[in-house]
Write a protein of this length. Structure first.
Length: 272
């Protein structure tokens, strides 16, 4: 049985903690059924202030590089440090756009970190379907993490871990596309129509950050929308069992040409 833990480290949102727990109880069985993947033994969500969220993401990026550094050449180490440094500079710009980050914590536990301030700016707290969508989406990422094998999924240098003819872009298409497809399925079951948090009323702060320049530094809508359509097509044709092969076999990640031609990826996924 899965244990749900929600930690409100802002100490300002006690009602929200209970609300998130209630949503997790509701969406978890649907996520497991729809994805055909098992839930983790423990699911942890942490509610943080924006500054604390930025620090947790920055430290995770540093830990990711540290794990790989022994297998990297000096130029790659230098490049990795630049990547982490630049990413740290972008966090103050993108935080109002990031509704959740699912990553490995310092203690090795997978967790989702979110800021109630972001949810408020994005209009998620004022929309029950949108909140269910966001929490279901991040729960799918925790389920994916349980199913995935190999370092390619989190590496700063995925080509060193068997990425082969796929591109780094294909990883985000599969991860975000799969979660996008699943959260639409979950919210359709609950509300008879798929939730879309993008339609929620946004604050001026959100609108200020939601521009093409900053979007290039943060979440890619293309990965969610086109990736979601790609996963939906694959499931329609061949079922979740076929799609779920990708978590253990990175050779099945979409190749560069297949991102533009999802049907080609779906055919290879079924045939290989």
């Amino acid at each position: 049985m899965t244990q749900f833990i929600v930690l409100d480290e802002t100490r300002r949102n006690p009602d929200l903690r209970d609300r998130v727990l209630g949503v997790l109880d509701t969406v978890a069985p649907l996520v497991a059924e729809i994805t055909d993947l098992p839930l983790p033994a423990t699911v942890r969500f942490r509610l943080l202030a924006p500054k604390a969220w930025r620090e947790e993401v920055r430290l995770y990026q540093q830990r990711t590089l540290a794990k790989e550094i022994g297998d990297l050449e000096p130029p790659e180490i230098k490049a990795g440090r630049v990547i982490v440094k630049v990413a740290g500079f972008t966090l103050p710009l993108v935080w109002p756009l990031v509704l959740g980050s699912t990553q490995e914590a310092k203690d090795g536990q997978c967790e989702t970190i979110s800021t109630p301030a972001t949810w408020r700016h994005a209009g998620v707290l004022a929309s029950d379907p949108a909140l269910h969508q966001v929490i279901a989406h991040e729960l799918v990422h925790q389920v994916q993490r349980e199913a995935r094998s190999g370092a390619v999924w989190t590496s700063l240098f995925p080509h060193k871990h068997g990425l082969g003819r796929a591109s780094r872009k294909s990883i985000s298409y599969v991860l975000e596309g799969h979660a996008d497809w699943a959260d639409r399925m979950v919210t359709t079951r609950l509300f008879d129509t798929p939730a879309d948090h993008r339609k929620a009323r946004k604050s001026w702060r959100y609108r200020l950050h939601d521009n093409p320049l900053i979007r290039r530094l943060g979440p890619s809508r293309e990965a969610y929308e086109l990736g979601g359509a790609m996963i939906e097509r694959a499931v329609e044709l061949h079922g979740t069992h076929t799609v779920n092969r990708v978590w253990e076999d990175v050779s099945l990640l979409p190749r560069r040409a297949e991102i533009a031609d999802p049907d080609a990826w779906v055919r290879r996924l079924h045939q290989d």
